[in-house]
Structures are given as structure tokens and as C-alpha cells.
Design a protein around this ligand. Structure first.
Ligand code: HEC
Ligand code: HEC
Length: 306
């Protein structure tokens, strides 16, 4: 009890920090509560082995041990042996902060989203491309990644039961599994892909509007010429407190695809867990911004087909 009391200020701080985050893109997905390790040494509320995996995910687990564990860690917490000095860090799949999704801010990614990242890698980060791994195996890997994400949600819910209702793991397993499964299934069901509206012409008028909005809302981070050198660029932090730089648009290399459609989706969804917000506005407003970003690219169009 003493221990819990001692840690209360940390919980309060975490809640406060969450409230002080500047925009919805940074707000954790609803059921993923920020639980500071107030109960770090408490008995586990749920183990990964308790969470039944589909045949696909079970196969994916084996490939994961071969290809991914060194960076993403045994249970996908982003804490593999090689992760120490990486920036940005390998993703913690149990946390539920996925950056490159076609689903709304706060939602889980679709399996196609995860597959795309595994296939292409994330240029500009340590995440390699696994293009040479057969597609079936990549799909199994995606299933395992999403299994870990689902487990992360269930585990947090189980920890709430353990801490608030003083339930043991055995009691949770006996009484609460259907509810936990339901909560996770609902999260997956709500991860509905956004619709990509048709792209209007990238004419002068669109570019002018896009540049005007860019100057107001983006340049403090991305810089007046899109070089990633805005006045606040050196002060930004991700959800783990690690320094993170805004993208330099001049290279034309974006992390998760460089087509105009990819850029539209990035703006619409934001990059969860980073200061890059999801951008509000009409379809036309967002396309204007995409055209503005495109106008900052000075490198040859080599990456554009990716
Ligand atoms: C050499 C280290 C390394 C290896 C090996 C690696 N990753 Fe990653 N991975 C990263 C890093 C670093 C990031 C975060 C990059 C970022 O935030 O831009 C990442 C991010 C991801 C993401 C997050 C996508 C998102 O939307 O946020 C997925 C999914 C992923 N990796 C899956 C895998 C899978 C599956 C494997 C094995 C087949 C794998 N990774 C192997 C380093 C690695
Ligand atoms: C508070 C700072 C901040 C603001 C404001 C901001 N961004 Fe970003 N943006 C970032 C950061 C940081 C990243 C890189 C995140 C990462 O690497 O995970 C980023 C990344 C991006 C990316 C790269 C996506 C990819 O796949 O590589 C695009 C495109 C982008 N921002 C466009 C915009 C536009 C357009 C606006 C204004 C409407 C804007 N940003 C406003 C901080 C910001």
C-alpha cells in the first residue's frame, strides 16, 4: 500500500502529461490507459501465453523470432537487444501507437497497413524492408504483430481488474476472458479504413492555398521551405520523450510511401505517438497541403513511385 501511495504522484503526473499533450493525435487510443509502473512488481494480470493466437499468428510468431526479435523484443515491447541506440526506437506493438495507418487517429492499423510496413520497411529509420520474405510469411508476421497489439490492450484491461478489483490472474482467466476478447474485438472492428477522395488538379490556385495554410500551421515545425528546420523543430519529443525531427520534404523520401495518396493519408491520420498531428479540413484543403508538400521536393522523383 505504501508503495502504491508513493507512486501516486507519478500516476497524477502521467495523467497531467497526457492532458497537456497538444492534440488528439497524441492522445492514446481509448482503452490504452497510461499506467505508470505503479504495480511493476505485482503478479502478472495476464500472460502472452494466456491470449489465444490464430493459426496465422502462431506461424507468424516463429518468423518473428527469426527476423524481428532483435529490434522489437521477445514480446514486441520494442526492447530488443539492438534497440538501445536507435532513433526512433523500434515500435512497441503492445502500446498500440502505430504511426503509419489508413485508419483514423487513435485507431489500430489494418493488417494491410502492417503488411505494407513489413514489405517496404520505413526508409529513414532502422526498420528494414522484408520484401524478400515470401508474402504468406509476411502476412503471418502481420498477424502476429496485431496479435501482440490485441494482447497489449487485453493486458492493460486485466491490470485494471487486478489493481482496482484485486483479482488474481486465475480469477481473470476464469471470469473475464470473454469481456477482454470483446473489448479487443471492438477495437479491431472500429479500425475502419478512411476513404481516399479523388485528387483535384495540382494547379496554381491549389498550390497557393496549400502554401498559405502550410505557412500558418506547419512551418514552425517543418520550416518555411520544408527542410524540417522550423523554429520548434529541435524541441520536439515523441511519446517516450525521445527527440524527434520533423520530416525534411526536400528529399522526397517519406517514411511510409511517397505518392500523393500516401501523403494525403498521413495528413488525415497523423503519426500517433509523435508531435505530428492529424490535420483537420475538407478533402480539398488536405489535397492543397499535399500539393504544397510536393512543391518543396527538390530531389529527382526517384522515390515517387514507392
Ligand atoms: C533493425 C531493427 C528492426 C528490425 C530487424 C525490425 N524492425 Fe520493425 N521497426 C524498427 C524501427 C526503428 C521502427 C520505428 C520506425 C519509426 O518510428 O519511424 C519499426 C517499426 C515497425 C512497425 C511500426 C509501423 C507503424 O505503423 O508504426 C512495424 C509494424 C514493424 N516495425 C514490424 C516489424 C516486423 C514484423 C519485423 C520483422 C519481420 C521488424 N519490424 C523488424 C526496427 C526494426
Ligand atoms: C508540432 C510539430 C509539427 C507540426 C505542427 C506539423 N508536423 Fe508534420 N511532422 C512532425 C514530425 C515530428 C514528423 C516526423 C514524425 C516521425 O518521424 O515519426 C512529421 C512528419 C510529417 C510528414 C511525413 C510522413 C512520412 O510518411 O514520412 C508529413 C508529410 C508532414 N509531417 C506534413 C505536415 C503538414 C502538411 C503539416 C501542417 C498542416 C505538419 N506536418 C505539421 C511535426 C509536425
Amino acid at each position: 500500500m505504501k508503495r502504491l501511495l508513493f507512486l501516486t504522484p507519478l500516476v497524477v503526473l502521467a495523467v497531467f502529461a497526457a492532458a497537456a499533450w497538444p492534440d488528439e493525435a497524441l492522445t492514446p487510443p481509448t482503452p490504452v490507459r497510461i499506467l505508470v509502473p505503479a504495480v511493476e512488481n505485482a503478479p502478472p494480470a495476464l500472460l502472452l501465453a494466456d491470449w489465444a493466437a490464430s493459426p496465422e499468428a502462431t506461424r507468424g510468431k516463429k518468423s518473428y523470432a527469426r527476423w524481428c526479435i532483435g529490434c522489437h523484443g521477445d514480446e514486441g515491447l520494442g526492447d530488443g537487444k539492438a534497440s538501445d541506440w536507435m532513433s526512433p526506437k523500434p515500435r512497441n506493438f503492445q502500446k498500440g501507437f502505430f504511426k503509419f495507418r489508413t485508419t483514423p487517429s487513435g485507431a489500430l492499423p489494418t493488417s494491410e497497413d502492417v503488411l505494407k510496413v513489413i514489405t517496404r520497411g520505413l526508409p529513414g529509420s532502422a526498420m528494414p524492408s522484408f520484401e524478400l520474405v515470401p508474402e504468406k510469411e509476411r502476412r503471418d508476421l502481420a498477424a502476429w504483430v496485431l496479435h501482440l497489439a490485441g494482447f497489449g490492450i487485453a493486458r492493460l484491461e486485466a491490470e485494471v481488474l487486478r489493481d482496482n478489483e484485486k483479482l488474481t490472474r486465475a480469477q481473470i482467466l476464469a471470469q473475464h476472458m470473454p469481456a477482454l476478447k470483446g473489448a479487443v474485438a471492438a477495437r479491431f472492428a472500429s479500425a475502419v479504413q478512411i476513404v481516399l477522395p479523388p485528387e483535384p488538379a495540382a494547379d496554381e490556385a491549389s498550390l497557393t492555398r496549400g502554401r498559405a495554410r502550410y505557412a500558418k500551421e506547419c512551418s514552425a515545425c517543418h520550416g518555411t521551405s520544408g527542410l524540417g528546420d522550423g523554429t520548434s523543430s529541435t524541441t520536439l519529443r515523441d511519446w517516450q520523450g525521445a527527440a524527434i525531427l520533423p520530416r525534411d520534404f526536400s528529399t522526397g523520401k517519406f517514411r511510409a510511401g511517397s505518392t500523393n495518396a500516401d501523403l494525403y493519408v498521413r495528413l488525415k491520420t497523423g503519426l500517433m505517438g509523435t508531435p505530428m498531428p492529424s490535420i483537420n479540413g475538407s478533402d480539398a484543403d488536405l489535397w492543397d497541403l499535399v500539393h504544397a508538400i510536393r512543391s518543396f521536393v527538390t530531389a529527382p522523383a526517384e522515390g515517387a513511385s514507392r
